[in-house]
Design a protein around this ligand. Structure first.
Ligand SMILES: [Zn+2]
Length: 333
């Protein structure tokens, strides 16, 4: 039995609902123990997407991480499943296992080749956004000049649609995200993005982006990053505040969770010579101490809070995972 300190009502619902974390992070190192993800499972999470690379990670490092993570998951099939389909996710929940898929944060690892999209799909990647904070050859990042989707970017969007992956717009620049949402043949998600109307930070998304996402049939995953929530303690009430706003704006069928929890294991995720101030610019509100992120253990509290905020059982199930399940089913095929 779990040790969630929530009401019986919330406990039963949290246990039964399919809970989907659209984005969290492990150190990007091939030899780490993915068993730390047991914290997600203990918190009632059934699926988590973990990243295997960002725009600042050289392709060779991304490949080594993929090899390492895949090897670990193959050796631990008693508790974990590398999920390639929604059927895999449903089966994992039935079997009491944690379903895991990979995501890529940025299109630089595609090395200018759209064919790389399908290769990453075949290695277990099920979600990609095109630019990590800064502009690249596919389009704009959210902390850079606001350029549109490039000709290469248009071909990458089509390749992501064709390969059966989720088209993600978190970390992406404003214009590029709107171009992607207009171009994509499939629902587009923001895997981990909060509301700009509540906290004016470049990583948060505007009402225009929210409305465009809804038009694609997509889903916005609220993240637990204190700075983006507007709460340095990354408390559950702050997470709920962003969910409430998005439900009001987008409706309950277009909101989910991608808490962006970062498992710290004393292993760096980026090359030692990376210029951090380029990727996380000071004038965009970075720097100045550690950044608290909501922990997986807050998932049961989120369920209890959603009920307390009057979302109703069907709405809570949709927000916890039903919505991301729906768009994954459409995109992954
Ligand atoms: Zn991210």
């Amino acid at each position: 039995m779990n040790d969630w300190s929530i009401s019986e009502n919330a406990r039963a619902l949290h246990q039964d609902a399919l809970v989907w974390d659209c984005h969290s992070c492990l150190p990007l190192s091939p030899d780490i123990d993915l068993g730390v993800l047991a914290r997600h499972k203990k918190a009632g999470v059934d699926f988590v997407s973990i990243n295997v690379g960002m725009d600042m990670n050289p392709l060779g490092d991304v490949m080594r991480v993929l090899a390492g993570f895949r090897t670990w998951l193959r050796a631990h099939q008693d508790g974990y499943v590398l999920a390639g389909s929604v059927a895999d996710v449903r089966q994992a929940k039935k079997d009491g296992k944690l379903a895991v898929a990979f995501d890529l944060e940025g299109s630089v690892p595609l090395s200018g080749e759209t064919e790389m999209v399908r290769l990453f799909h075949d290695l277990g990647v099920r979600q990609i956004h095109l630019a990590y904070n800064r502009n690249n050859d596919a389009g704009g990042g959210c902390h850079d000049d606001d350029i549109g989707l490039t000709e290469f970017g248009h071909r990458v969007v089509a390749a992501i649609n064709d390969a059966g992956m989720l088209m993600d717009c978190s970390h992406t620049g404003h214009r590029t995200s709107l171009d992607i949402m207009a171009a994509s043949a499939m629902p587009v998600i923001f895997s981990h993005s909060n509301a700009r109307a509540l906290v004016d930070h470049g990583r948060n998304i505007t009402d225009e982006q929210i409305d465009a996402c809804v038009k694609t049939g997509g889903v916005i995953g609220v993240n637990g990053v204190g700075r983006f929530l507007g709460d340095e303690h990354a408390g559950t009430e702050a997470v709920l505040r962003h969910i409430d706003y998005l439900v009001e704006r987008a409706g309950p069928d277009h909101v989910g969770l991608g808490i962006d929890y970062s498992y710290e294991m004393g292993v760096p995720s980026i090359p030692a010579d990376t210029d951090r101030t380029y990727w996380w610019p000071k004038n965009a509100g970075y720097g100045g101490g550690a950044m608290k992120i909501a922990a997986p253990e807050q998932f049961p509290e989120i369920t209890e809070g959603l009920l307390a905020h009057g979302h109703g059982e069907a709405g809570v199930r949709a927000i916890l995972g039903g919505n991301f399940l729906r768009v994954a089913e459409a995109a992954w095929g």
